[in-house]
Design a protein around this ligand. Structure first.
Ligand code: NCC
Length: 275
């Protein structure tokens, strides 16, 4: 198939992708009474942010001094266990939404239930469900059991909005990556980073993504908050990260200079696109 232009690609995303969370209305969740566990306001109704920041956890954001710029956005998205405390100068301190993969909810070392890191803003969890999106199969055998801690958390902190992404949304993203890539990509879900970018494109007028495409500071340091070196963090192994990045770079509306110096890509939100 012919290579889509940036505009065509953006419109394709807008047309094909629907932000969707588990709402408790479908089996097996309906019969398990999940409607009373999920927040009353659906995530896709919390849209209408003007300008948003997506802050990846890449080591390359260290020494960027991007903190002020990041906090100037109306909403800021962060990932997994990425802290702000002690790193404000480079990553800012505002957290509006945090995306966590199912390992975060289940790994005892995260203390997910009472770690203050997770008590700020809106939480959005996801788990690599099988492609078939059979919710019953997934519920019985998730990659990591996020369902039990989710319900516990909702009962303990009912005031904090907390959602589980619908596997359909995750695999819609994978389909788009594969359809627009020459090679056959690995049949694993996209990284939290790619999921977060598309979530923010669904909720914001404009999205500024930091250090998803590496800046001049590119490094093998995996995360800005720990001393662990692995180039696969930036280029991918399990997740089709390299292909996610090529796709995002193709749609960049920002300045070449900002990509190079800040590792910043600017994307229009779906509501701001004329297709
Ligand atoms: O590493 P992780 O993601 O928490 O990073 C969040 C997102 O930032 C982007 N990133 C990160 C590092 C880097 N050098 N370059 C980047 O571009 C990626 O888009 C990434 O998604 C995940 O996707 O959920 C991931 O989570 C970790 C791990 O589970 C958590 O950090 C919790 O410890 C995964 N690592 C392992 O399973 C060992 C990782 O594969 C992806």
């Amino acid at each position: 198939r012919k290579k889509l232009s940036a505009e065509e690609l953006l419109c394709e995303l807008k047309r094909k992708i629907q932000l969707k969370t588990i709402d408790g209305k479908e089996p097996p969740f309906s019969a398990l009474g999940w409607e009373k566990y999920v927040p009353r306001i659906p995530l896709n109704k919390l849209n209408g942010y003007r300008s948003c920041a997506v802050v990846t956890s890449a080591g390359a954001i260290l020494d960027s001094s991007l903190g002020k710029e990041i906090d100037s956005h109306e909403a800021v998205l962060r990932f997994n266990s990425a802290p702000t405390q002690g790193y404000e100068k480079d990553v800012g301190n505002k957290t509006t939404i945090r995306i966590v993969n199912s390992q975060i909810l289940t790994n005892p070392s995260q203390h997910f239930m009472d770690n203050p890191l997770y008590k700020d803003g809106i939480l959005v969890a996801w788990d690599p469900a099988p492609y078939s999106v059979n919710l019953k199969k997934w519920y019985n055998k998730p990659d990591y059991d996020l369902f039990t801690p989710y319900v516990q958390y909702r009962l303990k902190y009912p005031g904090q909005p907390f959602y589980i992404l619908h596997p359909r949304f995750i695999w819609q993203l994978w389909d788009i990556i594969q359809e627009n890539t020459q090679e056959k990509i690995q049949p694993n879900p996209p990284s939290s980073g790619f999921i977060g970018i598309l979530l923010m494109m669904s909720m914001c007028k404009e999205v500024h993504v930091y250090e998803f495409i590496p800046s001049v500071r590119q490094t093998d340091l995996c995360h800005y908050y720990e001393r662990y070196y692995d180039a696969a963090c930036t280029l991918g192994a399990y997740h089709p990260v390299l292909y996610e990045k090529l796709l995002i770079q193709r749609m960049n509306k920002g300045k070449e200079e900002d990509l190079y110096r800040k590792g910043k890509v600017v994307l229009p939100g779906f509501s701001a696109m004329r297709c």
